[in-house]
Design a protein around this ligand. Structure first.
Ligand code: ADP
Length: 218
C-alpha cells in the first residue's frame, strides 16, 4: 500500500475501511512544487470578527498575484455557501467547519498552492488540529490582532450590534471565547494601520523565509 503524502482525515467519528487504499499518483508533490516555482503553505488567518482577516487576506492575495505566485483564498462565509452549507454555529458544527477547511487546505498545499484561510477559528485546539495535518513549516498562523473595541466600532457586517442586542447568541468576543494565538508565525496589528501595510507584513514574511521570491515581471 502506498503511503499518503499528507496525514489523512482525523475525524474520530469517521472510520476508513481497509479497502480504501491511498493511490500514489505519478506526478508527485515535489513535481508540482517545482512547476509552481515557490513553496506551498497555508496562511491561517485568525482573529475576531471584523478584525480584518478577509480584507487583509484579499490584499495579500493581490500582492502575491503580482509576484506570479499561485494562491487560493478560502473565506469563512463563502465556504459556508457550499462545502459547509450543511453546518450551523453550534460548537460541534464550528469544529467540523474548521476540520473540513483544514482538509481542503491540505489538498491545495499538496497541489503546490499558497492557501489563505480566513476563519475566526477561536479555539487553539482546532487551529492545532489543522496545523497537525500539514508537514512542519507549511502551516503559518497569521494572528490578525485588533482590539475588540476597534472591531466593534468597525462592525462591517452589523453583527456586533446584533450580538449586543441578544439577536445573535454565542458571538465570539461577546459571549463566546476567543483564544488568542500564543506564538503565531505572523502577528499583524491592524489598529491605526492601512490594509496595505498589514498585507505587506505577511508578504515580507514569505519573502524573508524563502517561500516566495521577488520575481515580478518574470
Ligand atoms: P473579518 O474577516 O476579520 O471578519 P473583515 O475583513 O470582513 O473582517 O472586516 C474588517 C473591516 O475593517 C473592513 O471594513 C476594513 O475595511 C476595516 N479595516 C480598517 N483598517 C483595517 C486594517 N488595517 N486591516 C484590515 N481591515 C481594516
Amino acid at each position: 500500500m502506498s503511503q499518503s503524502p499528507y496525514q489523512v482525515i482525523s475525524d474520530s467519528s469517521a472510520t476508513i475501511s481497509s479497502d480504501v487504499v491511498w493511490h500514489k499518483h505519478a506526478v508527485t508533490h515535489d513535481d508540482r512544487v517545482t512547476a509552481k516555482g515557490h513553496k506551498p503553505c497555508v496562511l491561517w488567518f485568525t482573529g475576531l470578527s471584523g478584525s480584518g482577516k478577509s480584507t487583509i487576506a484579499n490584499a495579500v492575495d493581490v500582492q502575491l498575484h503580482q509576484l506570479n505566485v499561485h494562491t487560493y483564498v478560502l473565506d469563512g462565509d463563502n465556504v459556508r455557501h457550499g462545502l459547509n452549507g450543511d453546518l450551523g454555529f453550534a460548537d460541534k458544527d464550528r469544529i467540523e467547519n474548521i476540520r473540513r477547511v483544514g482538509e481542503v487546505s491540505n489538498l491545495f498545499v499538496d497541489a503546490g498552492l499558497i492557501v489563505l484561510t480566513a476563519f475566526i477559528s477561536p479555539f487553539e485546539s482546532d487551529r492545532q488540529q489543522a496545523r497537525d495535518k500539514l508537514t512542519e513549516g507549511q502551516f503559518l498562523e497569521v494572528f490578525i490582532d485588533t482590539p475588540l473595541a476597534v472591531c466593534e466600532s468597525r462592525d462591517p457586517k452589523g453583527l456586533y450590534k446584533k450580538a449586543r442586542s441578544g439577536e445573535i447568541k454565542h458571538f465570539t468576543g461577546i459571549d463566546s471565547d476567543y483564544e488568542s494565538p500564543v506564538d503565531p508565525e505572523i502577528h499583524v496589528k491592524t489598529d491605526n494601520r492601512s490594509v496595505e501595510e498589514c498585507a505587506k507584513d505577511v508578504v515580507d514574511y514569505l519573502l524573508v523565509n524563502g517561500f516566495i521570491e521577488n520575481r515580478q515581471g518574470k
